[in-house]
Design a protein around this ligand. Structure first.
Ligand code: ADP
Length: 399
């Protein structure tokens, strides 16, 4: 049986899922945290509730990949390295170069590294993880799956900023979006569930997790998405501000004595969003709990979050001149009945109405709008890892 590993590397972490292919059954999954720091944590879950857990110093991603692959062998999750015939790597920035998933060769790795300018925390780490996999699994096919590929179909009027045009020409300063694998996965699944060709549908996909983005999918193609040049833009997120007026930056820097623009952007990325507004947490469960207990700022954070999602749905219904389906996915979208209810209650003019009985407490895959809704509301758990594994399978034959 052949196995494929789907890898999601961040600046200091590495998540993975190992599949038997083509069955798509999960053999093991795990997380390595604190790479590059002391006391890195390795956790692998496999079999019938078995768990491998180690705390050790992993100075870099090479060391992390080494520990991971050897643990798979030591724990007898695999019998030999040769069983893993494919590795799929999530890459955050694919720029204008990667319009779809790509087989990795030396040129592709170099391009991924060069795109590090657009995602400094991610692309360099991802490139080094790809290199590490090439070293430990020299026979496996490596494939890069880009967060941005699905959005490369956006038309110019949606991806260009209203800035001097030469900034786009000279520096490729434009919107790229993110979460593409997820938006693509749930949009296709929605079309299947509706029993209609995706080419005939106008779908708005709401990926609401710690990071959150909304996408307009027309005829199966992303035509606009809420994240921008980087994943900082768009709706309110766990710790990210989403859209703000750029003129606030120099104003706040002066008032607060913030010395560098990097420090200011760091505040927008790490200290804003639900966390910044509520002062309670970046985690929606905690914010919902605090709001229930009467915390006003927590309630305002929720109201702002829902309000921003509604506004994007409105925008995207406008640019598509209609909407046939709205999809909720990711941690908040899949689990928070309150968010789904409040968002949809605000956009009933689009022909969608939440079925309270179906929505309340609903998790998993299903339709949560009333039978007479002309725009169907769906809850669809996303599965970026399986999408990555499928792309590896598809491209393996071309290697
Ligand atoms: P990431 O972007 O890190 O992958 P996830 O998709 O896992 O994020 O989503 C994490 C978010 O989902 C957190 O804000 C978390 O509170 C929220 N979440 C998870 N379960 C629930 C729930 N039952 N109700 C409300 N929010 C939830």
């Amino acid at each position: 049986m052949t196995k494929t590993i789907a890898v999601n590397a961040g600046s200091s972490s590495l998540k993975f899922q190992l599949y038997n292919m083509p069955q798509e059954s999960v053999v093991a999954k795990g997380l390595i945290e604190r790479i590059g720091l002391n006391d890195s944590i390795v956790t692998i879950k496999y079999g019938e509730g078995q768990e491998f857990h180690r705390v050790l110093d992993l100075p870099n991603h090479d060391a992390a990949v080494d520990v991971l692959i050897n643990a798979l062998l030591d724990e007898k999750i695999i019998e030999s390295f040769d069983e893993i015939t494919g590795a799929g790597h999530r890459v955050v920035a694919g720029g204008e170069i990667f319009k779809e998933s790509a087989l990795i060769d030396d040129k592709a790795i170099q391009q991924i590294e060069d795109l590090g300018e657009f995602a400094p925390l991610h692309n360099p780490a991802e490139a080094s993880v790809i290199r590490a996999f090439q070293k430990v699994l020299p026979k496996a096919v490596n494939v890069a799956v880009f967060d941005t590929s699905f959005h490369t179909t956006m038309p110019k009027e949606n991806y260009l900023y209203s800035l001097p045009y030469e900034y786009y020409e000279k520096h490729k300063a434009r919107k790229y979006g993110a979460h593409g694998t997820s938006h693509q996965f749930v949009a296709h699944r929605a079309a299947e569930m509706l029993g209609k060709p995706i080419e005939e549908l106008k779908i708005i996909t709401c990926h609401l997790g710690n990071g959150a983005s909304i996408t307009a999918v027309e005829n199966g193609k992303s035509i606009d998405t809420s994240m921008g040049f980087t994943p900082l833009a768009g709706v309110t997120m766990g710790t990210r501000s989403g859209d703000i007026d750029a003129s606030l930056l120099p104003f706040l820097m002066r008032k607060e004595g913030i010395e560098s623009i990097e420090e200011m952007v760091n505040i927008l990325n790490k200290k804003s969003g639900l966390l910044g507004i509520s002062g309670v947490s970046s985690d929606m469960r905690e914010v919902e709990k605090a709001a229930e207990e009467g915390n006003e700022r927590a309630q305002v954070a929720i109201d702002i979050f829902n309000n921003r999602v509604k506004k994007y749905i409105g925008q995207y219904a406008a640019i598509m001149n209609g909407v046939d389906a709205i999809v909720f996915t990711a941690g908040i979208g899949e689990n928070s009945s309150i968010t789904r209810q409040q968002v949809i209650d605000g956009v009933t003019f689009l022909g969608c109405k939440i079925d309270e009985a179906k929505n309340t407490g609903f998790r998993g895959e299903g339709i949560i709008s009333t039978d007479d809704s002309t725009c169907v509301v769906l809850n669809i758990p996303t599965d970026e890892e399986v999408s990555i594994a499928r792309d590896v399978e598809r491209l393996k034959n071309k290697a």
